[in-house]
Design a protein around this ligand. Structure first.
Ligand code: ME8
Length: 515
């Protein structure tokens, strides 16, 4: 039987600088979803990468006095290195400077043109270099500093150029129909509302080519123009699965199940992208999820403010899984969140070191000492044992429900709440007291606890893959019995199985005097 396919993407980042915590956050969150679906038996394809064209790249390279391609490659390598450092399980790291991507971008352009949606005109308007977008006069404002700003708070300048246009205005009604018929197309709901009211207020045709620089995909048949970067950027999602060759085996992966992106680029993904695809006659993705922004102690990070957090340093300092755990557990996915030293220490010490780490450590070291280093014997289960195991039997279904709507924080919180119940169970059964009075019962309690740890570790893999894997190693769980299908009784810990010597998996963060 062929497995259900699941295609997930992150945005592709601009490699005009080094990756920051916002990029790391998006990769980690998308990775958690991808890992979850894989563990749930799906045939997952996960694509991330870099968006290397556009005027911003061109200008940054000029400022640094290096060729644009060199800037793109140097920083793109940093993004790829970050994906590895964050233990991201992507299947493809995509670069828009790849040759196949030129073919695909020109193909979608030609398909839109063949459909009568592209025409040549002149453009004059307020242009933001940062956003790579033109804005209507009414969307801009002149502030006290005398500078005119666009709706995203970036400076805009008046630009006039010959340009190709995409007939976006013709897609106003089809888009509104799409949002109505498929209420799940944009999530979370507040993002959907924003997009709908924007589209209802009227769509203007979109300028989709540039002549003022040449760093981009040439427009087919008119090489004086390069494509507006968003045309080729969005196309990465289909290039990656074989477009324009719709007979390619990879093409079966389209449509994507979810494009995970930040809230600042929802407009591009929920308006332009479906309009381009409708025009080109390509099926639409199933969902666009706009996550929130990560702020440093409530402030937006920026290079000029100097509070950009280096994600490599963060992972190194707190531990990668600690960092992943904090971001996924603390920030409701879809909302903004903020990071601080105190918050990450408090959260990871409480939930990981003192929570699951402590439960595993205490039960496994008792087993090592009292059960000859083997999985304990399982006597008849008492009602309390059955009760705690039953909580876990239902956990997959519940996580699955949360993950179907990308509520990563909820799926994770539910698993972690079970640790507290397991702690109460362990304290209540007090196996240390049973050691003398009823050693057989002690073994059953230890078996139950170890089995609970096994199930929790299976469920924690999407979020803290390395540490959860170590817990499963400590329980001698085979590599191919770690999926969600192995959570039940059929795969339960076999009494008498030799276990490796226990080791701490979630170290406690200890403050040092030098910070
Ligand atoms: O927008 N917190 O690239 P990008 C959370 N190339 N997410 C953040 C963030 C923050 N502080 N800052 C940025 C682009 N992001 C385009 C995308 S897709 C076809 C083209 C997110 O490098 C941002 O919302 O500016 C986006 O999803 C991703 O990081 C890349 O941002």
């Amino acid at each position: 039987m062929s497995r259900e396919k699941f295609y997930i993407t992150t945005a592709i980042s601009y490699p005009n600088g080094k990756p920051h915590i916002g990029h790391a956050y998006e990769m980690i969150a998308t990775d958690a979803i991808a890992r979850f679906q894989r563990l749930d038996g799906k045939d997952v394809y996960f694509q991330t990468g870099t968006d290397e064209h556009g005027i911003k790249m061109f200008q940054t390279a000029r400022k640094e006095g290096i060729p644009t391609r060199e800037l793109a490659s140097r920083n793109s390598d940093e993004f790829e290195r970050m994906a590895k450092a964050l233990n991201v399980s992507h299947d493809c790291f995509f670069r828009t400077t790849e040759k196949r991507h030129y073919t695909a971008s020109q193909a979608i352009w030609s398909a839109m043109a063949a459909n009568g949606d592209i025409y040549k005109g002149g453009y004059a308007g307020w242009y933001s270099v940062r956003d790579e977008a033109y804005y209507g006069e009414e969307e801009t404002e002149v502030r006290e500093d005398g500078v005119r700003y666009g709706p995203q708070g970036t400076p805009v300048e008046w630009v006039e150029e010959e340009s190709y246009f995409f007939r976006l205005s013709a897609y106003q009604e089809p888009l509104l129909k799409l949002y109505d018929e498929r209420p799940d197309f944009i999530a979370p709901p507040e993002r959907r509302n924003e997009v709908m009211s924007f589209v209802k207020s009227g769509l203007k045709d979109l300028s989709i080519s540039r002549t003022t620089f040449d760093w981009g995909v040439p427009v087919p048949g008119d090489e004086k123009h390069v494509m507006y970067v968003w045309v080729d950027a969005l196309t990465n999602y289909i290039t990656g699965v074989g477009y324009p060759d719709r007979d390619a085996p990879m093409w079966e992966r389209w449509p994507a199940d979810v494009h995970v992106i930040g809230k600042d680029i929802v407009r591009f993904h929920a308006i332009y992208w479906p309009a381009f695809l409708m025009s080109a006659g390509v099926e639409l993705p199933k969902r666009v999820f706009g996550h929130g922004f990560v702020f440093n102690r409530g402030e937006k990070m920026s290079k000029s403010v100097g509070n950009v957090i280096d994600p490599f340093a963060l992972a190194e300092h707190y531990g990668l899984d600690q960092m992943r755990y904090f971001l996924l557990r603390d920030i409701p996915f879809g909302q903004d969140g903020s990071y601080s030293h105190d918050a990450i220490v408090a959260r990871t010490n409480a939930d990981l070191a003192n929570g699951i780490g402590n439960l595993a450590q205490r039960s496994l070291s008792m087993i090592a000492k009292n059960c000859d280093g083997k999985a304990p014997q399982k006597g008849e289960l008492a009602a309390e044992d059955e009760a705690i195991l039953a909580v876990l039997a239902n956990a997959v279904a519940s996580s699955r429900k949360a993950m179907a709507e990308q509520a990563i924080h909820r799926a994770l919180a539910e698993v972690i709440e079970i640790v507290a119940e397991a702690d109460r169970y362990f304290a209540g059964q007090a196996p240390w007291a049973l050691r003398k009075t009823d050693p057989a019962r002690m073994e059953t309690v230890l078996w139950t606890t170890a089995e609970v740890v096994r199930r929790i570790a299976i469920l924690l893999q999407p979020y803290v893959p390395d540490s959860a894997g170590k817990l499963l190693d400590l329980l001698a769980v085979a590599g191919d019995r770690r999926g969600f299908d192995a959570i039940g009784e059929a795969d339960a810990l076999v009494p008498g199985t030799p276990l490796p010597a226990p080791a701490g998996v979630f170290p406690r963060y200890v403050e040092t005097t030098d910070g």
